[in-house]
Write a protein that binds this ligand. Structure first.
Ligand code: ADE
Length: 357
């Protein structure tokens, strides 16, 4: 059986405490939110302004890799605006215009609608979203052919919070309808340390600072990953230790999960090895890599690649993906003499070569 991927950024039941019965580690207020200070400030101002004017808040588009807090922020904004929870759906779930219409017509005044993976919304549904976002109305087509009639419906003023891992796939008209457009960056180890310290406290888990520091450095810049690692190490500590997080217990648990010193797991390393060995370090196309590995190209593009790019192990060129010298070194392989990675390394240090590319 394949090992469950601990650094996956997808939402698992442990992130849905209301359903699984586990304590939520998500912050509930803007003031409890750690990291992304510019975004938090923009949201604080928008929430306050909307409440002062008694209007719906402007629409928000959040983009960036999964696990960085997009859903959490939708919950926080809904709660701060009117003490409600957001209505949650996703682009692929909105198959027909009627799917969207039924959601929109059921929204209350000032409610938050959260649409995840907005880049996957079908074009026919997207058209209905524009007048809804701009003028709080929808024009529904009833019947077909010569009997078709358009029916105009008003909806309650609402706030759309949309999330995407691929801002580049959004149409211009769609992007331009958001008042706040913000890219979520990976979190610094310092922010992740504060997040995991807070989580350990919420879980009543005695933890040495060094253990928390270790987790913060192995969480690939992602709050969801740091919290997931914390729960794993907590289980490990109960079974193999005295229930306390010590550096030794934490290290053993991370070894068991095959999370390495950079926070990479089996899938990341397999991706790098395939690129290194089967494609001589690249450039290689994403679809080719996906086919060789037998993994979804979306998973590779959304979950694996962003962090490898961030830490300088991977480069995206017009010709395809390329492993850098640092990437080769991490998996203990040498770039082939002909590869651009090795040529660049002989002329410049990696970062210099990247800048000149
Ligand atoms: N910022 C992002 N995720 C967070 C979390 N789970 N707790 C506190 N602050 C966060």
């Amino acid at each position: 059986m394949a090992r469950e991927r601990i650094v996956t950024a997808s939402t698992l039941p442990e992130d849905e405490p209301s359903r699984s019965g586990q304590l939520t580690l998500r912050p509930r207020k803007l003031s409890d939110y750690i990291g992304q200070p510019e975004l938090i400030e923009k949201l604080r101002i928008s929430v306050q302004a909307a409440k002062t004017r008694n209007e719906a808040m402007e629409h928000v588009l959040l983009h960036g890799p999964p696990g960085l807090g997009k859903t959490t922020l939708a919950h926080i904004v809904a709660s701060e605006l009117n003490g409600s929870v957001p209505r949650i759906t996703s682009g692929p779930a909105l198959v027909r215009p009627t799917d969207l219409v039924s959601i929109l017509t059921n929204l209350g005044r000032g409610d938050v609608l959260f649409i995840d993976e907005i880049h996957r919304i079908p074009a026919a549904v997207e058209e209905y979203l524009y007048p809804a976002m701009e003028d709080y109305c929808i024009d529904v087509m009833m019947g077909a052919g010569t009997h078709a009639q358009s029916m105009h419906m008003e909806i309650q003023p609402f706030t759309l919070i949309a999330a995407t891992t691929r801002a580049g796939l959004l149409s211009g008209p769609m992007r331009s309808r958001f008042g706040i457009v913000h890219h979520l960056n990976f979190y610094s180890p310092e922010d992740l340390l504060r997040i995991v310290r807070r989580s350990a406290e919420l879980l009543n888990l005695p933890a040495e600072e060094k253990s928390l520091l270790l987790l913060a450095h192995r969480a690939r810049g992602t709050p969801r990953v740091v919290n997931r690692l914390l729960r794993r190490v907590r289980d490990f500590a109960v079974v193999r230790g005295q229930g306390q997080l010590t550096p030794a217990i934490t290290q053993d648990a991370l070894d068991l999960e095959a999370v390495d010193a950079m926070g990479l797991d089996d899938l990341d390393r397999r991706f790098m090895r395939v690129l290194a060995r089967d494609y001589d370090g690249g450039p290689a196309g994403l679809e080719a890599l996906s086919a060789t590995m037998g993994e979804e190209s979306d998973t590779l593009e959304d979950v694996v690649e962003p962090f490898l790019l961030q830490i300088g192990f991977l480069r995206r060129t017009p010709k395809g993906r390329q492993l850098t010298v640092a990437g080769f070194a991490h998996i203990h392989l040498k770039p082939p003499a002909q590869s651009s990675a090795s040529q660049a390394s002989t002329l410049f240090p990696t970062s210099e070569a990247d800048r000149l590319r």
